[in-house]
Design a binder for this molecule. Structure first.
Ligand code: URA
Length: 225
C-alpha cells in the first residue's frame, strides 16, 4: 500500500529527485537500524545506468565507508563485473535492500526491509535500468515477490518493470562456496550482458526548439565583397 512517505520520494526521473531521495535517506530513522549505523549506505554509481545491482545490506566496511560492496564480497563483484561485462562500478548502479548495517551482520528483519523498501523502489523508479541483477535471496525475493530460494530462481531472466531481472548468488556466498557457484555467477552476468545488448535504452528525443524569428538558425550570412 503506498504511504504518504512514498509519494514524497517518488518523483520524475531527474537529478533533483534523485538527490532529494538521497538526502532523505541519509537522515532516515524509520527503523531501529538507524541507531547502530555509522552512516547510511544509500548507493553508488551512475543514476542513469542501464544496469543496476541490488545486494542485501551494508556490512562493517560499507558502514564505515558509506559505500556498498567495498569489502571482500565487493572485490569479487567488481572483478566478475569487469571480466564478464567489461565495466567498472562507475558505469552501473549498486544499492542494497537495507541502507543501514544490521548489527553483527545479522539478516535484515522483515520490518526493516519494509521500512527501507520505499528507498529501493524509488531508486529503481528513478534510475529505470534495463536490467536489475539481484545478489542473493533477500534482493531476489523482495523484487520478485516470492519466497523461493536463489538456487531455484537463478539461471533465467524475469520480466521486471520496463526491462528484466537476473537473479544471481550473493558474492559472499560465492566466496564461501567456491568454483561452481562463481561459474554460475559468471553465467548470470553473461545473461545480463546479452539482455543489455538486446534492449539498449531508447534514445531520448528532445523536442525541437520553437523557432525564434529574431534569432533565425541557419548558415551565417556572408559579408558582401
Ligand atoms: N553485502 C551486501 O549485501 N551489501 C553490501 O554492500 C556489502 C556486503
Amino acid at each position: 500500500m503506498p504511504t504518504q512517505y512514498d509519494a514524497a520520494v517518488v518523483g520524475p526521473r531527474t537529478p533533483v529527485a534523485f538527490e532529494a531521495l538521497r538526502s532523505e535517506a541519509l537522515v532516515c530513522v524509520r527503523c531501529p537500524l538507524a541507531e547502530g549505523r555509522t552512516q547510511v549506505v544509500f548507493g553508488v554509481g551512475d543514476p542513469h545506468a542501464d544496469l543496476m545491482f541490488v545486494g542485501e545490506g551494508p556490512g562493517r566496511e560499507e558502514d564505515l565507508a558509506g559505500e556498498p560492496f567495498v569489502g571482500r564480497s565487493g572485490k569479487l563483484l567488481d572483478r566478475l563485473v569487469q571480466e564478464e561485462l567489461g565495466m567498472d562500478r562507475s558505469r552501473c548502479y549498486i544499492a542494497n535492500v537495507v541502507k543501514c548495517r544490521p548489527p553483527e551482520n545479522r539478516d535484515p528483519a522483515p520490518a526493516e526491509i519494509e521500512a527501507c523498501r520505499p528507498y529501493l523502489e524509488s531508486q529503481i523508479d528513478l534510475i529505470d535500468p534495463r536490467v536489475v541483477v539481484t545478489l542473493g535471496n533477500f534482493a531476489t525475493r523482495l523484487l520478485l515477490d516470492t519466497t523461493e530460494g536463489i538456487k531455484a530462481l537463478r539461471g533465467r531472466p524475469y520480466p521486471f518493470r520496463r526491462g528484466h531481472l537476473v537473479p544471481t548468488y550473493h558474492p559472499a556466498f560465492a566466496l564461501r562456496s567456491g568454483g561452481q557457484v562463481v561459474a554460475e555467477m559468471r553465467a548470470d552476468l553473461v545473461r545480463a550482458k546479452r539482455l543489455l545488448a538486446a534492449a539498449p535504452r531508447p534514445v531520448e528525443v528532445l523536442p525541437s526548439p520553437t523557432p525564434d524569428p529574431d534569432h533565425p538558425v541557419g548558415p551565417p550570412e556572408l559579408e558582401p565583397g
